[in-house]
Design a protein around this ligand. Structure first.
Ligand code: M6R
Length: 591
C-alpha cells in the first residue's frame, strides 16, 4: 500500500532519482510523499501531503543534497493524512530515518514502552516505532548496526518491509511479508518495493524472501536472516517489466491501458508454456476453488461458469478476504486457482497460505511473474500484459480472461473454439468496440451530472461483467453502481428503479437474450433510462452501444470494453483523476 525506495550511489545525487522512482511507484499509494538524504553525516528530511509531483513543486526535493537517500509514498493506514504522518520518520536523535510499508501490529505496546523509556513520538503512525527501536538498540549494542536491525525485526509483529538510513551512510532493509527488491546497477544499489523503482537504471534484481534482512555499505550488499545467518539469493534479470510505463499519446494511463487491450490480448496465451501442467493440476484435484479480490474475483466468477459449462468441472469461487472463514473445510488434494494482477494482494496471499496449510495445490494467474504469489505457487500462468499503472484493472482483466478461456478450452477438448481464426476475429472485435469511444463520451456528457446510481444487468456469463463494470464506475467516478443478475431484479432491486435511474443492460443475442429483454421491459415501465450493450439494437434502449456479432461465450471479453470506457469518461465528468482514485491503491498489501 506504500512504496519504499532506498538508494546508495557513487556519482549521482539521490533526491532527483528518488523522486523519479516514487513517481513510477505512486500507484501503490499517493496521499503523501517524503524523502531523506544523508549528506556530510547529517540526515535531511523533506515531506508533505499530496501526490509526488505536487509536493515536489512546493518542497523542491532536488535541493536535498547527498548521494544516499530513501523515499516513500504513503497510503494511510494508521494515522490520518498529514505532513507529520508522512514518511520518512526520524529517531529522537535524528541519526536514523525510516520508510515503511505494511502494518506493525504491536506498535501500541511498543510505543508505550519506548515512550516510558523517554522516546518522543511525532506522528500517529505505527511506522515510527521502527526508527526509535533502531535507535534504542544502536545505543544498547554500541552502534552494532546489524545487531540493532536484527533485534528490531525480532520485536516487530505484523507484515512489513522497511528501509532505514543511518547517519554514517549505511542503508538497511527488511522484508517480512511485504515486497522488497534489491536493484543492482553499475555504481549504485537500490532497495525498492517494485522493480519499477529502479528499472530505468538496471534490470538486475534480487527478490528478497520473507525474513531477509539486507545492509548496503560501501556499495556492497549483504543479506542475512534474523539469526544473523548469511543468505544467498540469485540475481534475476527482469524482463517484460521493462514495458513502457509512460502515458504516450493518452491523457491518462487508464485510457492508454484500455486501448492497449487488442495488442496484449494473446500475450497471455502465446507467452506461457505451462498450460498443460496447470490443467493437469486441475484435472487431478479432488475439488477446485477459485480465489481473488476485486476485478480478479470477477474473473474468477467467469472462470467458474466456463469451467462448469464447457469442462463440466465444478468449482467454488471465494473472495480472498472471505477465504479464511471457510478454509478449515478444505479437502486435501484441492486445487486453488488464485487470480491476482499484482501477485501481492495481502488477502490473496493469506488465502493461499491457508490453503497450503491444508495441502492444497496453488495454481496462480498473475501479471507480475516475480511476485510473492508466484513464488508460493505450484503452477503459474503469467498475463504478460505489461505494467498496469492505472489503479483500475482494465487490460489485466482481459489478460486474466484470456488465460481462463484457454485453460477451459484445453480442459474441454477445444470446446471454446479458440483457433487462430477466432483469435484474430476477437482482436478485430475489440478494436471495433474501442471505436465506441466518441459515442460513449457523448452519452456520458449528456447524462445528468447529479447522477447518483447506475445499475448494470446481465445474466449467466454476463453477470460477472456487470459486476466488473459496476466496480469500474464506483472506483473511477465515485458513483454508486451495482451489478445485478438480471433474473434477480424482480426479487428486490426493482424497488430501486425509477425515472432517475440509469440502467445498463448487457444483452448480446445468446441464450440469455429473451429473459434480459423481459427485465428491460420491467425497467422501462418504471421510467428508467436504458443503455443497451448488444450486437442487436432494440427499441427499449435509449442509447445503443453496438458490439460485433461473436461466438456466444466470447461476448464477455468484448462487452466489458464499453463499460471500462464509460467509467473512464464518467471519472472525467466527475472531475476525478482516473489513474489515482481517492482512498485506493493499486496493490492492497494489507489485510
Ligand atoms: O492485484 P490484484 O489483482 O490482486 O488486485 C485485486 C484488487 O485489489 C483489484 O482488482 C482492484 O479491485 C482494482 N482496483 C479494480 O479495478
Amino acid at each position: 500500500m506504500c512504496s519504499i525506495i532506498g538508494y546508495k550511489g557513487q556519482f549521482i545525487e539521490a533526491a532527483p532519482l528518488l523522486v523519479e522512482s516514487l513517481k513510477k511507484m505512486e500507484y501503490r499509494g499517493y496521499d503523501s510523499v517524503g524523502i531523506a538524504t544523508m549528506n556530510n553525516g547529517k540526515i535531511l528530511i523533506s515531506k508533505g501531503v499530496g501526490k509526488v509531483a505536487e509536493v515536489d513543486k512546493i518542497l523542491e526535493f532536488a535541493k536535498l543534497p547527498g548521494q544516499i537517500g530513501i523515499g516513500h509514498t504513503r497510503w494511510a493506514t494508521h494515522g490520518g493524512v498529514s505532513d507529520k504522518n508522512a514518511h520518512p520518520h526520524f529517531s529522537c536523535n535524528s541519526d536514523i530515518a525510516v520508510v515503511h510499508n505494511g502494518i506493525i501490529e504491536n506498535y501500541q505496546e511498543l510505543k508505550e514502552k519506548l515512550s516510558k523509556e523517554g522516546h518522543i513520538f511525532k506522528s500517529q503512525t505505527d511506522s515510527e516505532v521502527i526508527p526509535h527501536l533502531l535507535e534504542k538498540y544502536c545505543k544498547e549494542f554500541n552502534n552494532d548496526y546489524k545487531k540493532s536491525i536484527i533485534y528490531t525485526c525480532k520485536i516487530l509483529k505484523g507484515s512489513f518491509a522497511f528501509v532505514a538510513i543511518f547517519k554514517n551512510g549505511l542503508i538497511c532493509g527488511a522484508r517480512f511479508d511485504e515486497p522488497l527488491i534489491i536493484g543492482i546497477a553499475n555504481s549504485a544499489l537500490f532497495l525498492s518495493s517494485d522493480v519499477l523503482g529502479f528499472l530505468k537504471h538496471t534490470d538486475k534484481a534480487i527478490f528478497l524472501d520473507n525474513g531477509d534482512i539486507v545492509t548496503i555499505d560501501n556499495n556492497k550488499y549483504s543479506i542475512f536472516d534474523i539469526n544473523n545467518k548469511k543468505v544467498i539469493r540469485p540475481i534475476t534479470q527482469v524482463a517484460w517489466e521493462l514495458g513502457s510505463t509512460e502515458k504516450g499519446k493518452y491523457a491518462h494511463h487508464t485510457l492508454k491501458e484500455i486501448h492497449e487491450q487488442p495488442s496484449i490480448l494473446f500475450n497471455s496465451i502465446n507467452k506461457n508454456n505451462d498450460f498443460q501442467q496447470f490443467c493437469k493440476f486441475i484435472k487431478n484435484a479432488s475439488n477446485v476453488y477459485i480465489t481473488g479480490s476485486g476485478t480478479s474475483y470477477h474473473s474468477g466468477l467467469l472462470a467458474k461458469n466456463l469451467l462448469a459449462k464447457f469442462a463440466k468441472i465444478k468449482s467454488e469461487v471465494i473472495m480472498s478476504s472471505e477465504f479464511q472463514y471457510m478454509s478449515d473445510t478444505l479437502e486435501t488434494n484441492s486445487a486453488i486457482i488464485a487470480i491476482s494482477q499484482s501477485g501481492e494482494t495481502a488477502d490473496v496471499i493469506h488465502a493461499v497460505k491457508k490453503a497450503k496449510e491444508h495441502g492444497s495445490k496453488i495454481l496462480s494467474i498473475i501479471n507480475i511473474s516475480t511476485s510473492s504469489l508466484a513464488r508460493i505457487s505450484d503452477s503459474v500462468l503469467v498475463l504478460n500484459c505489461g505494467p498496469e499503472i492505472g489503479v483500475a484493472a482494465t487490460k489485466s482483466f482481459i489478460g486474466q480472461l484470456m488465460i481462463i478461456y484457454n485453460v477451459v478450452n484445453l480442459l474441454s477438448g477445444n470446446q471454446l473454439s479458440l483457433n487462430k481464426i477466432n483469435q484474430k476475429k476477437l482482436v478485430t472485435d475489440i478494436e471495433k468496440t474501442l471505436e465506441l469511444d466518441e459515442k460513449i463520451k457523448t452519452i456520458v456528457s449528456m447524462l445528468d451530472s447529479e447522477i447518483k446510481d447506475i445499475y448494470i444487468l446481465g445474466r449467466s456469463l454476463h453477470y460477472s461483467i456487470a459486476l466488473e463494470g459496476s466496480l469500474k464506475i464506483k472506483e473511477l467516478a465515485y458513483i454508486h453502481a451495482e451489478g445485478i443478475a438480471a433474473g434477480e431484479l424482480k426479487h428486490g432491486p426493482l424497488a430501486l428503479i425509477d425515472a432517475k435511474s440509469l440502467v445498463i443492460v448487457i444483452n448480446p443475442v445468446d441464450e440469455t437474450y429473451k429473459d434480459v429483454i423481459s427485465s428491460t421491459h420491467e425497467i422501462k415501465s418504471r421510467g428508467a433510462k436504458i443503455i443497451g450493450i448488444s450486437n442487436k439494437n432494440h427499441e427499449l434502449y435509449d442509447n445503443y452501444l453496438q458490439i460485433p456479432e461473436s461466438i456466444d461465450h466470447l461476448y464477455p471479453i468484448v462487452e466489458v470494453i464499453p463499460l471500462q470506457i464509460m467509467a473512464y469518461y464518467l471519472s472525467l465528468k466527475m472531475q476525478v483523476d482516473p489513474d489515482y482514485p481517492r482512498n485506493l491503491a493499486k496493490s492492497v498489501t494489507v489485510k
